[in-house]
Ligand binder design. Structure first.
Ligand SMILES: *Cc1c(COP(=O)(O)O)cnc(C)c1O
Length: 345
């Protein structure tokens, strides 16, 4: 008996490039990007910068490197950035800003909606005193844990940062998920509105947008020049990177609006998991569904799902991520596998 294909909900990074994306890659004109000669890289950078309202942009191998170069371009040795406890730039990047940049994070707890309470942000800004690291930057993430930071929150956070002389960085790995959630009809305009509150933004193409590799960092011309130096120093100067940039540009043109389909499937998944004894599901805002498992039911659940061809991560808190390579049939299979586990079929 042939097995149905796996439903891989571990991450939106597991996507395979589509046939059309591979075609765009193979047709891409190439050059040596260390010389600034790759037309496909230059086209992606110019288009994204223009689209999001920045002077310049820089293609990066990974989102981690993009955030690192951004933090190191905003902060000097002995300076600090204010960041959320669960932000990627603090918790999930191996401490790179501290290790490689000598930059100190000042993490603070998130509010339930994922935002950083602004009174707490302000309370953590250090006075100019030799005892303290100099506070230089506010780093936010959107979406954060699949949640969209409200636009009026971004405006208020941005105003606070500007009033207190802090630069503003957005880890927008899933910027376009946030944009589509805010305005599915005009997602590019929504992305630009989000970005208007930041001095720099990093966008991942290897998540829900479905490219195999790549992030782009956006900012002022002068900021991107500094980031370019850090990228080279950290080993991120790529040569014929247009192969990858072409995939990202294809995603930018063809895979943004369809994120709405992922969000709809995430809602369907959450709906299908509602009301099971021992499982508590959070209503998703974008493409990520979290479900809390009663501790006594946790052991064995991931294995059960795997045996049913459904891959997910977590133990007490399951994470299901919808992406380009998941369809409605796959979501129904995932729902059935989880239901069987909790209903004991
Ligand atoms: C995935 C991710 C990154 C970094 O991406 P890599 O390309 O895996 O280094 C940064 N921030 C957030 C929020 C992410 O989800």
């Amino acid at each position: 008996m042939s097995q149905p294909p796996r439903v891989d909900l571990r991450s939106d990074t597991v996507t395979q490039p589509t046939a059309a994306m591979r075609e765009a890659m193979s047709a891409a004109p190439l050059g040596d990007d260390v010389f600034g000669d790759d037309p496909s890289v230059n086209a992606l950078q110019a288009e994204l910068a223009e689209m999001l309202g920045f002077e310049a942009a820089l293609f990066m191998p990974t989102g981690t490197q993009s955030n690192l170069c951004a933090l190191m371009s905003h902060c000097q040795r002995g300076e600090e950035y204010i960041v959320g406890q669960y932000a990627h730039t603090y918790r999930w990047e191996g401490g790179g800003a501290a290790v490689l940049g000598s930059i100190q994070p000042q993490p603070i707890a998130h509010a339930p909606d994922g935002s950083l309470p602004l009174d707490e942000v302000e309370a953590q800004i250090k006075p100019d005193d030799a005892h303290f690291a100099r506070t230089r930057l506010l780093a936010l993430e959107n979406t954060i844990g699949g949640k969209v930071l409200p636009m009026d929150y971004l405006a208020a956070a941005s105003a606070l940062a500007q009033r207190r002389g802090l630069a503003r960085h957005l880890d927008g790995a899933r910027l376009f998920n946030a944009a589509v959630a805010i305005d599915a009809a005009e997602p590019y305009a929504a992305a630009r509105r989000i970005c208007s509150h930041f001095d720099s933004v990093s966008v991942c193409f290897s998540k829900g947008l479905g490219a195999p590799v790549g992030s782009v960092l956006c900012g002022s011309r002068e900021f991107i020049q500094r980031a370019h130096r850090w990228r080279k120093m950290s080993g991120g100067g790529l040569r014929q990177a247009g192969l990858l940039a072409a995939a990202a540009q294809h995603a930018l043109h063809h895979h943004v609006r369809r994120l709405a389909d992922d969000h709809a499937l995430a809602r369907r998944l959450a709906e299908g998991l509602q009301g099971l004894p021992g499982l508590s599901v959070e209503a998703p805002q974008t493409n990520i569904v979290f479900a809390d498992v009663a501790p006594e039911r946790a052991a064995g659940l991931i294995e059960h799902l795997k045996a049913r061809g459904v891959l997910a991560t977590g133990l007490y808190r399951l994470r299901f991520v919808i992406h380009l390579d998941v369809d409605a049939v796959g979501v129904e299979r995932a729902i059935a596998a989880v239901r069987d586990y909790f209903l004991g079929a």
